[in-house]
Design a protein around this ligand. Structure first.
Ligand code: HEC
Ligand code: HEC
Ligand code: HEC
Length: 300
């Protein structure tokens, strides 16, 4: 299959003000990549090329699913009155130019003004180095070649869950005081099988068990971290405390049983008492969560 690089038409929904940029050929974008502050899921070694590279020819189904999802509107929300209020209170003069906002709301290509919201590479890894390699369908080794070049394997919940909660669990007291929503109760496994699903076959129930456990593990760690930085913000503290309790209960009910999951429950139980307790337990919780994710990584 060829990529028809010259004829790319980007069909992602874009914020009105950014439409003027959208027909720049992807090849040109790749040459324009300039080192920049890494965004979520974006390391210095794995720069973004933007979803226009995932052409409708190759990824029609996936692009269709993304267009229907709120993720594709995550830049558009900057146009709202509420966004203006949040930005003003945080002394951010332009959310489109502030890494404080862009790290969770955008696919940022070099130092250019972002054109896309959360998109393919937010979850599959920056594609600068693997975009060409991974699409060669006649090459049986293509995935083996693409992974070391930064292509993530999002089928592995031990990679994906921390990635989701990196954005969905990263709120600070200042952001919440400024009016930013805080929702720490993301139902990752359910959303994946529902609003986010962009693959043909439903995943088997055995895979979903792993996803549900990874959701509680990464969600618990994010909740404890949030609680640890919530001092002085009663609404963030309340949301984080509730999330810790909910995730702990979820872990105790988990269908998978393993000593690493029990150890995580033990480490996080005292943390749920408040910001101070969460602060002193955070490192231990994080370590226990890593061990639990490593265990889940090995579950067939
Ligand atoms: C740590 C990640 C993160 C950062 C940083 C972040 N956001 Fe968000 N933002 C989110 C998530 C996740 C949501 C969706 C919340 C939900 O519904 O679960 C969201 C939602 C919003 C909404 C929609 C509110 C609504 O009620 O519909 C606005 C507006 C917004 N963010 C503006 C901003 C602005 C402006 C900045 C920079 C000052 C910013 N965000 C920084 C993750 C972030
Ligand atoms: C919010 C995160 C997220 C976004 C955005 C996203 N994906 Fe995915 N994608 C995933 C996850 C997670 C899986 C694996 C789920 C599973 O195995 O249960 C996946 C699976 C896939 C698969 C199937 C892989 C396989 O080996 O079966 C393809 C292909 C894919 N995504 C392409 C895309 C494309 C193209 C886009 C952009 C149009 C995109 N994805 C956007 C998270 C995302
Ligand atoms: C790069 C940051 C980022 C990553 C990674 C990410 N999200 Fe999001 N997500 C957002 C932002 C920002 C919004 C808000 C978009 C909007 O309001 O238009 C959002 C919105 C959502 C919503 C809609 C919430 C609502 O209130 O309606 C769901 C569901 C969701 N994300 C699930 C997921 C899942 C599951 C994953 C992991 C597979 C994930 N997201 C990964 C940033 C991210």
């Amino acid at each position: 299959m060829t990529h028809h690089r010259q004829a790319i038409r980007c069909r992602m929904r874009l914020p009105a003000h950014a439409v003027r940029h959208t027909l720049i050929p992807v090849a040109a974008l790749i040459f324009l990549l300039i080192p920049d502050a890494p965004a979520r899921g974006q390391s210095a070694a794995a720069k973004f090329v933007g979803p226009a590279a995932c052409t409708p020819t190759c990824h029609k189904v996936e692009i269709g699913a993304l267009q229907k999802h709120k993720h594709s509107k995550s830049l558009e929300v900057f146009e709202s009155k509420k966004a203006g209020e949040i930005a003003k209170k945080l002394n951010v003069s332009d959310p489109y130019a502030s890494d404080l906002c862009l790290k969770c709301h955008a696919t940022k290509i070099g130092s250019k003004e972002p054109e896309f919201g959360v998109s393919c590479e937010s979850c599959h890894g920056g594609a600068e180095k693997w975009e060409k390699v991974h699409g060669k369908e006649d090459d049986k080794e293509r995935m083996k070649k693409a992974r070391p070049l930064g292509m993530a394997d999002p089928r592995n919940p031990s990679w994906s869950a921390p990635n989701c909660f990196g954005c969905h669990g990263g709120m600070t007291g200042e952001m919440v005081a400024a009016g930013h929503p805080v929702k720490l109760d993301l139902e990752m496994a359910k959303e994946l099988a529902g609003s986010l699903r962009h693959w043909e076959k439903p995943r088997p129930e055995s895979a979903m068990k792993k996803w549900r456990a990874a959701e509680q593990v990464a969600g618990l760690r994010a909740a404890v971290d949030t609680l640890a930085r919530s001092a002085g913000s009663p609404s963030l503290e309340k949301a984080a405390k509730e999330a810790v309790a909910k995730r702990l209960a979820g872990l105790k009910r988990a269908e998978l049983k393993h000593p690493t999951l029990d150890a995580l429950v033990q480490a996080a139980t005292p943390a749920g008492a408040g910001p101070q307790q969460a602060k002193s337990a955070a490192a231990k919780v994080s370590q226990a969560a890593e061990a639990a994710l490593k265990y889940l990584d090995g579950v067939k």
